[in-house]
Design a protein around this ligand. Structure first.
Ligand code: SF4
Length: 372
């Protein structure tokens, strides 16, 4: 298949539904986690969840970049712009994530913060060039997909000798989060959240390749199928996972072979490792402190590290008491388990981070009316 609409073909989808139904054993339950928010969105948007037979359950994972950004890190960015007068720039969804004291970056802008939405790190660099008399800080978020562009911007800034550009780095790592989930008490005791396999991320895997997931198949006996973001991709991946489980296999399979290789994008990997190194620990929204699960700038780039440049300190802040984002990100609850879902908390007025981005589980359920 070559064109995007071929991956949304109704006839092929019906065939896959029949194949999935034939493969699913009605005497048992299969619980597959789609790690990535892009897959959560695709499952909801195309109604894939409603096409699955009763034994097949999809569990949302923590792979939505804005959902896992902890409140305390957004507070750092807000303080930078309101108290230190910097131009703070970031991607669109980040600006809407609820922070402390009823604020978000968007609301901080209404209070006078100079906060700009950018579409790329190139835009952030352009801002720094346009305002040589102002400090420009890029609030960098996301998994391995958005890390290479941040690295590229930092290399460019150093090459140009830009003195007024820095990065508040929140880049996080997919394999560490999967390990954390697999080691969580809920999964290990095979109690409330037994997991039978993972749909592996599409864009992240394009960068890191399929090799890092082999550990999960070998060590934890969990099948992983890397899938694209189109509905037929996801359905095919579910069928492949079912077959692995039924045949007692735990392997890494690549449904998204049109883009993902075993080794990934080595150029991007080299760039990232030139600029970044592992953080000892990072506080994920929902998962809590996860060791070696995020990146920080290497000493050679210390001058571009906003945390060092502005002597910032991270202070953890608890989510809204009634918000179930943490449990949803761990796969323990669903959006409909939250009392605020669709009433107090809506995409227009998000209380928690899962309602902000279209990749967030709550926003996907709200927008597309999913009931499972
Ligand atoms: Fe949090 Fe809103 Fe989702 Fe409830 S509905 S878990 S408050 S984001």
């Amino acid at each position: 298949m070559k064109y995007i609409d071929e991956f949304r073909d109704g006839e092929l989808a019906r065939g896959l539904v029949r194949a999935i139904a034939a493969e699913a054993n009605p005497a048992r339950t299969y619980r597959f986690m789609e790690f990535c928010g892009g897959h959560t969105h695709a499952l909801s948007r195309y109604g894939v969840t409603d096409l699955l037979p009763a034994p097949v359950r999809m569990i949302h994972g923590p792979g939505c970049p804005v959902c896992v950004l902890p409140i305390g890190r957004i507070d750092m960015a807000i303080a930078l712009t309101l108290e230190r007068g910097v131009i703070l720039c970031s991607y669109g969804d980040t600006l809407r994530v609820p922070a402390s004291a009823g604020l978000s970056l968007m609301k901080a802008r209404a209070r006078g913060g100079d906060i700009r939405m950018v579409y790329s790190t190139t835009d952030a660099l352009a801002l720094a060039r346009q305002h040589p008399d102002r400090e420009v800080v890029f609030l960098a978020i996301g998994f391995e997909t958005t890390t290479p562009p941040t690295a590229l911007a930092l290399v460019q800034a150093r090459t140009e000798g830009l003195k007024n550009f820095s990065v508040l780095c929140n880049h996080v790592l997919t394999p560490s989060a999967i390990t954390h989930i697999l080691q969580s008490p809920e999964v290990r005791r095979h109690g409330s959240v037994p997991l039978d396999g993972f749909i592996g991320p599409a864009h992240v895997s394009l960068v890191i390749g399929s090799r890092p997931y082999e550990h999960f198949a070998e060590e934890y006996r969990k099948p992983v199928v890397i899938a694209g973001f189109e509905p037929l991709d996801v359905m095919q991946a579910i069928l492949m996972l079912l077959r692995q489980v039924n045949q007692g296999r735990a392997e890494v399979e690549n449904e998204f072979s049109r883009a993902v290789s075993r080794e990934g994008n080595k150029k991007a990997q080299a760039l990232v490792s030139e600029v970044f190194e592992l953080r000892r620990s990072f506080d994920w929204r929902g998962l809590g402190e996860v060791p070696y699960s995020a990146l920080k700038l290497r000493p050679a780039y210390a001058g571009f590290d906003a945390e060092q440049r502005f002597d910032l300190t991270y202070r953890p802040v608890a989510d809204h008491k009634a918000c179930e984002c943490g449990a949803i990100l761990r796969g323990v609850k669903t959006p409909r388990d939250c009392k605020l879902f669709g009433t107090v908390c809506t995409p227009e007025n998000p209380v928690g981070s899962c309602m902000v981005s279209s990749e967030g589980a709550c926003a996907a359920h709200y927008s597309y009316g999913r009931f499972r």
